[in-house]
Design a protein around this ligand. Structure first.
Ligand code: NAD
Length: 739
């Protein structure tokens, strides 16, 4: 029998090698068709007396599988959207059955009577790792490419194909909970130490080692199906369980503020599932999975962090009709904090980089940053000595602009000074080929203005990275008034090549991310001035789902930088552009008390090494705080989120943001906007535009005109519209073609 997505070859010893290699995809994923074929292969293995057992692996280099395909989740959401209003009972049954499809298939595999071994040759995520756990043996290649994870919680759901039951039956409950609630990746050695895989072998010996397990008489019965099975971490109702579970619930609350139903469901599944027989446990998991799928949080997170994110990463916004760019050489000017990071991510993508600074010493120092990062990765087993040598050989430090000759793209990251940028642009363009693109990494200077320094403004664009460059996944691509399609396409190809997510912004002061971040920090300044206790502001932000409190964030980015930005804004836009109370607060912090933020160990917090505590001197600047009881924590949470969402709606109205997916994904990746909400615009849509506008109006009355809803929002509220219906994103199919 032949299959579209698998090949099956049985060797002389009667071991079938099942190789998963989807013909039209770079990464294997679970689709209905894949599940049907796997189902048929299990039947065939069982039916053929000549087959003793099977090894399943992937035909893709460095990857096993990424887990479920978008289409599978979309099908579930179609049921929720289309069936639930008609017949809720039937919809629930359909969801329950759909949720159980994969789980039942894996159960069939592990109870088929013949041994299966998963040979994990690369990235093995979600449903694919759950399938591996259902195999009787698991071997992984000893390679940095191998990462195993159950990351579902990151998109609002949880491992629903047996993961919550098999992991805590293989390892202790604490490690199981930690791995699943954080969605963290495991290296082969960690997975082995946890008992989740049996062996780690050199990549070349992977298949042989997997087959050897079967040849050695691997049992086709899982430990939990054996009589007398004992949980590795002991039962729930034991002294160890009594230590773990109350703390586990408390940690969940501390880490998630109960904003993530998917994370809470993991605890419930494990707690309940470990007290019952395995098949009942799978049913419990299936029931919670069907439940969580129906939550707003799961719907919003899957839409933004799975569907939209993938579409944007594939180049959904790339102009059609421009040939893809194959980068042979990239220039980076300015080997400082940002330039050094940009050179690193470029070389990591395998692209040769020339890293220019004013003198050789500064350029070399920029390259040393890459050495540091790749050496650290080596220590953690994430890179090899070969990787390091290759990466460093791709970076050429230089003080000579002539070395930029022939670059496809030059990215400027010199001082944030128009004069310095003008000189760097002119010098670089002398060596840029006519079709080459010039990009600036400026964070505050409008691209349209900077493009005036260029002879080819059509080829001039903004590529705005965030720090630290190697960690932050978002990149804003800024279109100046005269930027052309070719420049946009090249910038998008570059961001795609370095495996980051691009969003396209039409030139505006502060672009998207920094405009919202500033609003978030300013709202906290207002709260401080009103007498809200500082700790309450920070906690309200975290309870609302922000990763970092606004005062802490101000410290991280530097209070004197906030002061510089505010002063520049006043110079450019006039006194009214900045709240004088904020200016006074920041001036006092910086000029009177020398509090510059984390960088000098003194900001809204006092820093001692890694420890920090809110600075007890804050009342000297803003007065003694009022009692916490005078403030409504729910209102504080809302103020912080509403202010950022409102700013997004304004940017959308100004047409500086033009795609709802970019607004949502950008808000989560760029400034950590409450991920469970699905992003700033999803936050408004979920609340309902009319309710959002009403809340803004109430806040405007109570807290000031900064909360006044903009015209777009008011009109949408009047017409009962929401963002995703009014501005439906470009069809994904079309988007993929463009990629
Ligand atoms: P930095 O001071 O660390 O680095 C600037 C580097 O440019 C220095 O090494 C300097 O020697 C070099 N340089 C100056 N003039 C030069 C010239 N004519 N030719 C070659 N090299 C020259 O600054 P940074 O923090 O890396 O910022 C660089 C740019 O990135 C700025 O435009 C900044 O606004 C932007 N940016 C910074 C951040 C951030 O968090 N620091 C984030 C996003 C964007």
């Amino acid at each position: 029998m032949t299959y579209k997505n698998f090949t099956v070859e049985t060797d002389a010893d009667g071991i079938a090698l099942v190789t998963w290699d989807m013909p039209d995809k770079t990464m294997n994923v679970y689709t209905e068709e894949v599940m049907d074929e796997l189902d048929a292969i299990i039947d065939a293995v069982v039916a053929d007396d000549a087959v003793k057992g099977a090894v399943i692996t992937s035909g893709k280099k460095d990857s096993f599988s990424g887990g479920a395909d978008i289409t599978m989740l979309k099908k579930m959401f179609d049921i929720i959207q289309n069936e639930r209003s008609k017949d809720p009972q039937k919809a629930m049954q359909m969801l329950f059955d759909g949720a159980g499809r994969m789980s039942k298939l894996y159960r069939k595999l592990e109870t088929c009577g013949k041994p299966w071994v998963s040979a994990i040759n690369g990235t093995c995520m979600g449903g694919a790792f759950e399938m591996s756990l259902a195999c009787h043996g698991r071997v992984a290649a000893d390679s940095p490419a191998v990462k195993m994870a159950l990351p579902e919680v990151k998109i609002g759901i949880f491992p629903g194909a047996g993961g919550t039951q098999r992991v805590p039956r293989l390892t202790n409950q604490q490690d199981a909970l930690q791995m699943m609630t954080q969605g963290s990746s495991l290296t082969p050695s960690r997975a082995k130490a946890m008992g989740l895989i049996h062996d780690v072998v050199p990549p070349k010996k992977l298949i042989a080692a997997a087959k050897a397990m079967i040849a050695a008489g691997l049992s086709p019965v899982q430990p939990w199906d054996e009589k007398g099975f004992k949980l590795p971490g002991g039962k729930i109702y034991t002294p160890a369980g009594a230590n773990l579970w109350p703390a586990a619930s408390a940690i969940l609350r501390r880490e998630t503020h109960m904003n993530y139903p998917g994370a809470a469901a993991i605890l419930k599944c494990v707690y309940e599932g470990l007290q019952v027989p395995f098949d009942t446990a799978l049913t419990i998991e299936q029931r919670y999975f069907a439940n969580v799928l129906q939550t707003t949080e799961a719907g919003s997170m899957i839409r933004s962090l799975f569907v939209s994110l993938q579409e944007l990463n594939k180049g959904a916004r790339r102009p059609e009709g421009v040939k893809p760019t194959k980068f042979k050489k990239i220039g980076v000017i300015g080997a400082g904090f940002m330039g050094a990071g940009i050179a690193y991510v470029t070389a990591k993508a395998g692209i040769p980089v020339v890293l220019i600074d004013r003198d050789m010493e500064a350029a070399e120092k920029g390259k040393a940053h890459s050495d540091g990062l790749v050496s650290k990765a080596m220590q953690k087993g994430r890179a090899t000595a070969d990787d390091k040598e290759k990466l460093l050989s791709l970076i050429t430090p230089s003080a000579d602009y002539a070395d930029l000759e022939g670059a496809d793209l030059i990215i400027e990251a010199v001082f944030e000074d128009s004069g310095v940028k003008k000189a760097a642009t002119e010098q670089a363009e002398a060596h840029l080929k006519p079709s080459g693109i010039f990009a600036s990494n400026t964070s505050t200077i409008p691209i349209t203005g900077l493009a005036k320094n260029s002879k080819r403004p059509k080829n001039f664009i903004g590529i705005h990275f965030f720090s630290p460059v190697d960690k932050m996944m978002l990149v804003e691509i800024i279109m100046g008034k005269r930027t052309g399609d070719k420049a946009l396409a090249v910038a998008m190809d570059y961001v795609r090549a370095i495996k980051k997510t691009p969003i396209v912004i039409n030139d505006t002061r502060g672009f998207y991310v920094n405009r919202c971040v500033l609003r978030y920090m300013q709202e906290a300044f207002s709260m401080l001035i009103e007498g809200v206790p500082p700790v309450m502001i920070e906690n309200a932000a975290k309870m609302a789902g922000m990763p970092v409190g606004p005062l802490s964030l101000t410290d991280e980015t530097a209070i004197d930088l906030a002061q510089k930005i505010m002063k520049q804004t006043i110079r450019d836009l006039g006194e009214k552009a900045v709240d004088p109370r904020h200016m006074q607060l920041i001036d006092t912090m910086v000029d009177t008390h020398g509090r510059h933020g984390r960088k000098n160990g003194k900001g809204f917090y006092d820093y001692q090494g890694r420890d920090k505590q809110l600075w007890p001197g804050i009342p000297e600047v803003v007065g003694t705080p009022k009692p916490a009881e005078q403030f409504d924590i729910e209102e504080l949470k809302q103020r912080l989120l509403v202010m950022q969402a409102l700013e997004t709606a304004r940017i959308f109205e100004e047409k500086c943001l033009t795609d709802v997916r970019e607004a949502d994904v950008g808000s989560i990746l760029g400034f950590g906007f409450a991920p469970y909400s699905g992003g700033t615009l999803s936050y408004i849509d979920t609340m309902g535009t009319a309710a959002f506008v009403k809340l803004c109006q109430q806040f405007a009355k109570k807290w000031g005109p900064r909360f006044k809803p903009n015209r777009l929002l008011r009109d949408m509220a009047k017409n009962n519209e929401n963002f995703y219906r009014k501005f439906p994103p470009k069809e994904p199919a079309k988007a993929a073609e463009a990629a």
